[in-house]
Design a protein around this ligand. Sequence first.
Ligand SMILES: [Cu+2]
Length: 80
Amino acid sequence: MGIETLTIEGMSCGHCIKAVTMALQDLPGVTVKDVRVGQAVIDTESAVATPPLIAAAIAEAGFTVVGSHARVTGSHGDRD
Ligand SMILES: [Cu+2]
């Protein structure tokens, strides 16, 4: 589980943001943190929300995941 930033192609406006947000919200194990044009920040439970599953949901909404970066959350940084 952790924060992940997805780079998404094909987004251009608020409707795209809403579509991506809804697609991600529907996924089990995904908490949507922030969605803007071209990127989405999500908190994932990696056992449930696998990258292919996330990419497929985005694709179904009409967009393409072109990259993702895992990030360690805030305060206790003993792992990377
Ligand atoms: Cu749009």
